[in-house]
Design a protein around this ligand. Structure first.
Ligand code: GTQ
Ligand code: FE2
Length: 376
């Protein structure tokens, strides 16, 4: 083992530069570094700037994906690629250009467009990764979670915590697409994933308007007394658009009536929470919906951890770090760790967003900063 290791090409390449804090590169020092590379050792002094920067430096880059372009490819995939066992899902993952070609939107978060033709089944499986669906357009698919069929329609947010059985079934006459958010990259990095196959087809004998989970949990401020123990992730499987829309609308109307209830002037926001705890819907994912009035600009805000945004309605001009885009309905963009985000509206915008904030909060590592203002 030792002998073969010594003759092997070392995977280590020590950065050899005579910059600040570095000794002169003498022949002797080169020999020491060569020895370290063969012995699988790396000196801290050549790496400290990269390992311990003064504030987070993300490998991920700000990036925007156009919904029109995504949907054109999803439709083509719908024609060319069957959905079934093995591949499991017809999902096109957003791959951040800074993350080495991996299907990772950010270092922790997955974002994908999933597409299901009329009559198709996405087979039942379960995995330890947390997931959710968000619907920007269409209806007709039921996602069946542990045997509970949940209808999916525009504006609905559908969390689905890890290790629950799930499959999707399109019972309409037309294809339907939606976005999936999961903690796949995080789970991959921490090498903690388990996966199991269930039945090849999805059983949806009933296709109710409201799932059993909504009938049990979907009553504001009311918890079933048989289930008052806090759950690990939200037991409510659908957060319906009508409710989200009303909550945002009421915040802005209260503001109009002189009550300072919004996040900032002209900026209403709600967080999807677990009705059993009031905490985040998923242990690794925070999800929110923001509504900005016309001609509103948010102050620059940066936070530890990354997030993904999808425009639900309207248009906006967005800056993330050094990037700037005009975004419209369905467009997705990512905000890397500690890069500042601003959103400026003309006609106003509705934004769905999710982040990995619960991970950092739980570990005591969360920080955020808002230009000229209080921490949020
Ligand atoms: O719908 O079950 O985009 O398991 C990635 C992994 C969707 C799903 C994805 C999944 C699913
Ligand atoms: Fe899944």
């Amino acid at each position: 083992m030792t002998a073969s290791m010594e003759s092997m090409e070392s995977p280590i390449s020590i950065t050899r530069r005579e910059t600040a804090g570095q000794p002169p590169l003498t022949a002797e020092l080169h020999r020491l570094y060569d020895g370290m590379e063969r012995g699988l050792l790396v000196p801290l002094w050549t790496e400290i700037g990269d390992l311990m920067p003064v504030s987070p430096v993300s490998a991920a880059r700000p990036h925007r994906w156009s919904w029109t372009a995504l949907m054109a490819m999803a439709r083509q995939a719908g024609r060319l690629v069957p959905v079934g066992r093995g591949g499991e899902r017809r999902a096109l993952a957003l791959a951040n250009p800074g993350l080495g070609g991996r299907p990772f939107a950010t270092p922790t978060l997955w974002a994908a467009v999933q597409y299901l033709n009329a009559g198709e089944h996405a087979p039942v499986h379960r995995h330890t990764q947390n997931a959710f669906r968000f619907v920007v357009e269409g209806e007709g698919v039921w996602t069946v979670v542990n045997g509970d069929p949940v209808a999916m329609r525009r504006g609905d947010f559908l969390p689905q915590a890890g290790w629950n059985w799930h499959g999707h079934l399109n019972l309409s006459e037309a294809p339907m697409a939606w976005i999936d958010g999961l903690d796949i990259p995080f789970s991959y990095q921490i090498e903690s994933t388990f996966f199991e196959y269930g039945p090849d087809s999805v059983d949806a004998q009933e296709t109710p308007d409201r799932s059993r989970s909504e009938r049990l949990w979907g009553h504001p401020g009311l918890q079933p007394v048989t289930q008052v123990a806090p759950t690990a992730s939200s037991p409510l499987l659908a957060y319906r658009w009508e409710v989200t829309d009303r909550a945002l609308d009421e915040q802005l109307r209260l503001e109009d009536e002189g009550h300072p209830v919004t996040l900032a002037p002209g900026h209403a926001a709600v967080r999807y929470v677990d009705p059993s705890t009031g905490g985040d819907v998923l242990s690794t994912v925070r999800a929110e919906f923001h509504r900005l009035r016309p001609d509103t600009a948010t102050p620059a805000r940066r936070a530890v951890g990354s997030s993904v945004y999808q425009v639900f309605e309207g248009t906006a001009s967005v800056t993330v770090g050094d990037a700037r885009w005009d975004v419209e309905r369905g467009d997705l963009f990512v905000v890397p760790s500690w890069q500042a985000l601003t959103v400026t509206t003309g006609e106003g915008v509705d934004l769905f967003t999710y982040s990995d904030a619960p991970i950092f909060e739980r570990l005591g590592r969360f920080r955020s900063e808002t230009a000229g203002g209080a921490e949020r």
